[in-house]
Design a protein around this ligand. Structure first.
Ligand code: UTP
Length: 292
């Protein structure tokens, strides 16, 4: 094994305590992260991405009405027994694949949805003093190598902090957090600034961050100031912006199709794309699309 230059990324934080207002009333009781893309909920898509990237500890930041998220990853003896009796081997394999082994799931709560930065801070004691990943279940990336795995490769080269970035149309920069970059190396860029929702003419680039981060534990020092930003929420990007002149930050132009499943349109697009790619129902989905 080649010697590792940087401390490994072993833990991933999944902030899942938001209200999901864009999907109301569907999310009145059911967590947004349980909405399915094809045959599995959003949270399982991102769990699998983290597991495939070699993550060993999965940290959920949950809140009120979110118990279903931890139940989903639990052992379900009655269900497994029934599937066994009925000889449904494929289904049984799928169900078992959605379990998180003992000792690997950690739960903490965010009592009030005070913002993404606050949700991440709630995991600080469980993360401790090591680099860690943050994955937002809203953002799904479809590619043979998962987005987090691509980021860990980049981290093993550069160390420091890595965020997943994608180019957006210039006329839409005012919807996103946009990077100010000091060097563009193609697949990666080094970052010197972050600008929240700039007008197209003021945007320093057209690269926006999506919900994947590898951060150093010093981020917790900045989050613990609890400063409120856009939307009167404690923002992760504000804490990252404060760390930019002290640590290296790189953006990775990841490979794959990205879907913003926190919006209804992105959610429908993801269901169409994953449905079309599914060997069992792909042809059927194509037929439905033609029909409409
Ligand atoms: P969003 O910005 O999509 O907010 O959060 P939301 O509440 O989930 O959804 P809308 O905008 O009301 O429809 C991005 C991610 O951060 C988590 C969410 O659960 C989601 O995974 N989050 C957000 C928290 O865990 N806590 C918060 O206070 C805010």
């Amino acid at each position: 094994m080649p010697e590792q230059k940087f401390k490994p990324v072993r833990k991933a934080v999944f902030p899942v305590a938001g209200l999901g207002t864009r999907f109301l009333p569907a999310t009145k009781v059911m967590p947004k992260e349980m909405l399915p893309i094809n045959d599995r909920p959003l949270i399982q898509h991102v769990f699998e991405e983290a597991r495939d990237a070699g993550i060993e500890e999965f940290i959920f930041v949950t809140g009120r009405y979110k118990n279903m998220l931890e139940e989903h990853f639990d052992f379900q003896p009655e269900l497994e027994h029934t599937l066994e009796l009925r000889g449904k081997v494929n289904m049984l394999t799928k169900v078992r694949d959605s379990e998180i082994p003992a000792g690997k799931l950690f739960l903490t709560r965010q009592p009030k949805p005070l913002g993404l930065g606050h949700a991440v801070w709630c995991a600080s004691k469980i993360v401790g003093n090591e680099p860690f990943a943050i994955i937002l279940p809203d953002d799904i990336v479809n590619y043979k190598q998962g987005c987090l795995s691509q980021m860990i490769n980049a981290y093993n080269q550069h160390g420091g902090n890595i965020v997943a970035v994608k180019d957006v149309p210039r006329k839409e920069t005012s919807k996103y957090g946009i990077l100010d970059i000091c060097e563009d190396k193609g697949d990666t860029v080094s970052i010197k600034g972050l600008v929240e929702k700039p007008d197209p003419e003021d945007a320093p680039s057209t690269l926006s961050i999506i919900g994947r981060y590898i951060l150093q534990p010093e981020i917790f020092e900045y989050l613990s100031i609890f400063e409120k930003g856009a939307g009167n929420e404690i923002q992760l990007t504000d804490a990252m912006a404060k760390m930019l002149d002290k640590q290296d930050f790189h953006g990775l132009r990841f490979k794959g199709d990205h879907f913003d499943c926190g919006s209804r349109l992105g959610f429908i697009a993801a269901n169409i794309a994953y449905g079309l790619n599914d060997p069992e129902i792909g042809e059927g989905v194509k037929g439905i699309l033609k029909q409409y």
